[in-house]
Design a protein around this ligand. Structure first.
Ligand code: GLU
Length: 459
């Protein structure tokens, strides 16, 4: 069977690294098994969903290397949800309730005070047509609950009803439906919560595996019951652990700094983000994986641990640095060119070891093109001498050694006293890539000009 998975974000904000974990785990699962990946916008909440977020989510997925096989929108499928809701109503499985949030809260508090579990008492089920009319005449609108199949004979007679599934990530899971309230499927303003549309779509789209965060484990039990109520076989489920911030807080779409869009803008490598998002919180090592193909090989959902995984930017920085240091020019070229960074392969091979994120190469390119020499008074004469000793072209790898041996002989300087004035004059800085390589990048004319203290070449 070819797996069909889906990633179902609500386009109500930018996706963050935690959401990308869900997307990637689904994508890797599909790729590993030659399956299909559906991007399904969970946009039934018309007021909060925005096209710009939907567009950005697709961009973010593409940036990470995910190319959905199919894109669907729930906002275009209300008639299918209405039909399913009608079907459930016709079977007495979707019933109207009229309690306000405050009333529900009071009910729960009373139950807890009496040592009872705070489960909805199904009062809505016992309302007569007249009572419903009277409540509506008061200005109340019904919200609609799904009747869980957790009773024997009378709906008040709850019996243990274990729902068990073999979770792709967590192994065998069991939830007792008698421990849950009947879930609300339709709000009092007539809008759908994600629970029913998601099941309707999963059935119609032939989804075989629902892989999502472990905050959905309880929903899964209710949704399995809904699949059955709609006459469908439920797909397989997998629940991965969630990422938290380093201080243990849940990630939220409001945490702009960890959005995929901002990580992209900050110059992170997509494979650094993908490696961390997938390998963190697993029993395997978190490593910088270079290609999606390798990540597909490495990925094994059963290695995901059960406890939450802490996302730490320092770890992302360290993976990113490793990828940049090893990044071949062929891979970096497009981005370097787009950022107006010249110098080709020679330049890239010299600077990549000195940067942590690719865009930082711009700063070194600026150094090659337009450094402002820094020359101490005591070094003016020394640099003049060095200037006269600069070998003629053609230059090669040995030019630097050739030149500095001559300087050493003629001036008697060595070590830091020899190299630092050259570095500061040639690059305007005290640190940086090997001078032997910089010399070749800068070339003879610029070196001569800089040793004489000139910022620009004479025209
Ligand atoms: N929009 C839901 C969420 O992001 C989808 C849950 C699901 O994958 O079924 O939590």
């Amino acid at each position: 069977m070819t797996p069909i998975v889906r990633f179902a974000p609500s386009p109500t904000g930018n996706i963050h690294i935690g959401n990308s974990r869900t997307a990637l785990v689904n994508w890797l699962y599909a790729e590993k098994h030659n399956g299909q990946f559906i991007l399904r916008y969970d946009d039934t909440d018309k007021a909060r969903s925005k096209q710009e977020y939907a567009d950005q989510i697709l961009k973010d997925l593409n940036w990470l290397g995910i190319e959905p096989d199919r894109i669907e929108r729930q906002s275009g499928r209300f008639s299918a949800y209405d039909e399913a809701a009608e079907n459930l109503r016709a079977h007495g499985l979707l019933y109207a309730c009229y309690e306000t949030p405050d009333e529900l809260d009071r009910k729960r508090k009373r139950q807890l005070a009496r040592g009872l579990p705070p489960i909805y008492d199904r009062a809505g089920l016992n309302l007569t047509a007249e009572q419903k009319q009277a409540l509506e005449a008061e200005g109340r609108n019904a919200h609609w609950r799904f009747l869980l199949p957790n009773f024997d004979g009378s709906t008040e007679n709850l019996v243990r009803t274990p729902v068990t599934w073999n979770d792709v990530v967590r192994g065998e899971q069991t939830i007792d439906l008698a421990s849950m309230s009947d879930p609300v499927l339709i709000r009092e303003d007539g809008t759908y919560l994600y629970t029913l549309p998601s099941v309707v779509d999963d059935i119609e789209m032939g989804v075989t595996h629902i892989i999502r965060g472990d905050d959905h484990v309880t929903n899964t039990a209710a949704q399995i019951a809904i699949f059955e109520a709609l006459g469908a076989k439920s797909p397989d489920f997998g629940h991965h652990n969630l990422l938290t911030t380093a201080s243990g807080e849940g990630l939220s779409k409001r945490l702009g700094s960890l959005s995929i869009a901002s990580l992209n803008e900050d110059g992170y490598e997509p494979m650094a983000v993908a490696s961390l998002a997938v390998l963190i919180g697993t029993s395997g090592a978190v490593e910088a994986i270079t290609t999606m193909e390798e990540l597909i090989q490495r990925f094994d959902p059963s290695t995901i641990t059960k406890s939450a995984a802490k996302f730490d930017v320092a770890e992302l920085d360290s993976l990113n640095k490793k990828l940049v240091h090893a990044k071949p020019y062929s891979n970096a070229r497009q981005k370097l060119e787009a950022a107006g960074i010249g110098g080709g392969e020679d330049f890239w091979n010299v600077v990549r070891e000195n940067i942590e994120k690719l865009p930082e190469a711009a700063d070194w390119w600026q150094m090659v093109e337009h450094a402002t020499p820094v020359i101490d008074k005591d070094d003016v004469e020394f640099l003049q001498q060095a200037r006269t000793l600069l070998p003629d072209q053609p230059w090669g790898e040995e030019t630097w050694t050739e030149w500095t041996s001559l300087i050493k002989q003629q001036t008697g300087r060595k070590g830091r006293a020899l190299f630092m004035p050259l570095r500061k004059a040639m690059t305007g800085r005290e640190h940086g890539p090997e001078l032997a390589a910089i010399l070749l990048l800068i070339g003879r004319e610029k070196t001569l000009a800089r040793l004489a203290g000139a910022r620009a070449l004479p025209v």
